[in-house]
Design a protein. Structure first.
Length: 279
């Protein structure tokens, strides 16, 4: 895959060429500026216990797991920082959850922190909507079925779900809300559909009507899958046919006509993220 050309640093007056936004010097400067408003490291949880724990984690994971790194560089870049995949925002349960940790090189970590620090409240609210932190374990057996578009998730669930099972599928929820054909719904329905999906997921904690729950989601990132499984007390089934097979299935599905390009990009994105996490 070709590499993107470097671009000048976005800091006013700086012409240093870089891969992402700010150059390393200005990333560090802006992060120091942000840190002065957040209190000491110890008050934020980064005390003696964290230093000892992170050293052990880095011994077990010596190379960068950054999602921005390509496969070749990831295998060669030493990790020096333990990152929280989902920002903890002061939530100590999220802070100390080892499923939410990844080893990173410092430059990758600094870049990620800078991106997280500049997002607005609306984006943070959407991330919570996308993956709510207040879920409780399902009362009934729950199976999370993951994979790329064209991976066969819906077909697998149709083949295995019983009459008394519940299926939670964001695409079906969007279709029901919009009244549009399958795969034709636009993204303006997404926030409302996510809210309804999350309502159904929360209801699993007290579900006495169904025998099993099936939760369909792409979840290419193995850390994300583990977090979903932990929060719902669920098991995970990953369906990952080769890229070419996913595209063949998408092109053969009449309900996806007019959306081949969008779904091809989505399959590429899924495999990129999956490879980086599993490689």
């Amino acid at each position: 895959m070709p590499f993107a050309a470097k671009r000048p640093c976005t800091y006013p007056g700086c012409g240093t060429l870089t891969d992402h936004g700010r150059c390393e010097r200005h990333l560090r400067a802006e992060q120091l500026h942000l840190d002065q408003f957040r209190g000491s490291a110890a008050k934020r949880g980064y005390g003696r216990r964290w230093r000892a724990t992170s050293k052990g984690f880095l011994r077990a994971h010596p190379f960068c797991q950054c999602a921005d790194c390509d496969e070749g560089r990831k295998a060669l870049t030493p990790a020096t920082v333990v990152d929280h995949v989902i920002p903890h925002r002061g939530n100590m349960a999220v802070f100390w959850d080892p499923l939410n940790w990844q080893a990173m090189a410092k430059r990758c970590h600094d870049r990620k922190r800078w991106r997280e620090s500049i997002v607005g409240d609306n984006d943070r609210m959407f991330q919570e909507l996308r993956m709510p932190s207040d879920l409780a374990a399902s009362r009934i057996p729950c199976i999370i079925v993951c994979g790329p578009p064209g991976g066969g998730k819906s077909s697998y669930v149709r083949e295995h779900a019983g009459l008394r099972d519940i299926v939670i599928d964001l695409d079906k929820i969007m279709q029901g809300l919009s009244g549009l054909p399958e795969h034709q719904t636009n993204r303006r329905w997404l926030p409302q559909a996510l809210a309804e999906r999350n309502r159904q997921l929360r209801a699993l904690a007290s579900d006495a009507m169904h025998e099993r729950a099936w939760f369909i989601i792409a979840a290419p990132n193995k850390i994300e899958r583990a977090l979903w499984a932990q929060r719902l007390g669920a098991t995970v089934k990953v369906l990952a046919p080769p890229f070419s097979e996913c595209i063949r299935r998408i092109k053969a599905d009449a309900t996806r006509d007019g959306h081949i390009k969008r779904m091809t990009i989505a399959v590429l994105d899924w495999w990129k993220k999956n490879d980086q996490q599993e490689g």
